[in-house]
Design a protein around this ligand. Structure first.
Ligand code: C5P
Length: 238
């Protein structure tokens, strides 16, 4: 893999609260990472301006708002994200087949020639355990639910899933190569583990079949974030 291919796999998690910080990080890392992830905290604080600021500095955006609502509402919200020019967005597979298929259908109608964002499904949040699932009336083991929901998402036309690094190979096996797998919870060999528990190195996650890696603190908390970013790219390239 070339350094450029490795670079494009990195999604930097913009876990900040202000547009000033978005400007600073996008200015520093655009062209050095593949994408910037904007989540609920930042988007709720600062809104669509965050997407504009990243895009104006040449960065691509993964809008991580994990929609889960009636099919029409999720489809309309996803269209709104698409019109802002995001590259990736996501929804909860637990919203069901119709919610996912309606969303993909609405995007394809508006972007008939292609160029629409890719839509990812969240299967089971990695914070959920068998106990969490039991509490909401689901008796299947977590790993079975993850595969079941990934297959459901694929059948509804969804482009891929967000998954823990430990689930990547299971999903690859079930859903094939033509399905994106995006994984947080990676830690390069030089970085601290923070609060992440079931981790893997970026290189191992990519070897296991991950298309994109969501990385926050190993870059953001480094003394020299650009050097940390390049070191991660080295690890993936080797
Ligand atoms: O700083 P760190 O690299 O741990 O950041 C990872 C990013 O991925 C954060 O934005 C976090 O919310 C997100 N994430 C995660 N684990 C999940 C799902 C998302 O760490 N299971």
């Amino acid at each position: 893999m070339t350094r450029d291919e490795a670079r494009r796999k990195i999604i930097f998690a913009l876990d900040v609260d202000t547009v000033d910080e978005v400007e600073r990080w996008a200015g520093l890392l655009a062209g050095r990472v593949g994408m910037f992830k904007i989540g609920k905290q930042l988007y709720t604080s600062c809104g669509p301006q965050t997407v504009r600021v990243v895009r104006e500095r040449g960065g691509e955006v993964f809008l991580d708002l994990k929609y889960h609502d009636i099919p029409n509402t999720v489809a309309m919200a996803t269209l709104a994200a698409a019109r802002m020019g995001v590259t990736l967005c996501n929804l909860h597979a637990l919203g069901g087949y119709e919610m996912m298929a309606t969303t993909v259908g609405a995007l394809e109608k508006e972007f008939p020639g292609g160029g629409r964002p890719k839509v990812l499904a969240v299967t089971i949040l990695t914070s959920s355990t068998a106990e969490t699932l039991k509490g909401v009336g689901i008796d299947l083991p977590v790993s079975e639910m993850v595969v079941k929901l990934a297959l459901l998402a694929k059948s509804a036309g969804i482009d891929g899933v967000v998954a823990s690094p430990l689930e990547v190979s299971l999903i690859r096996e079930a859903c094939g190569d033509d399905f994106l797998v995006v994984t947080p919870g990676v830690r390069p060999s030089f970085a601290s583990v923070d609060d992440q528990k079931r981790i893997m190195t970026p290189a191992d996650a990519v070897k296991g079949g991950a298309d994109y890696l969501v990385i926050g603190r190993p870059i953001a908390a480094a003394a020299d974030p650009v050097a940390a970013c390049e070191a991660i790219i080295d690890e993936i390239t080797l």
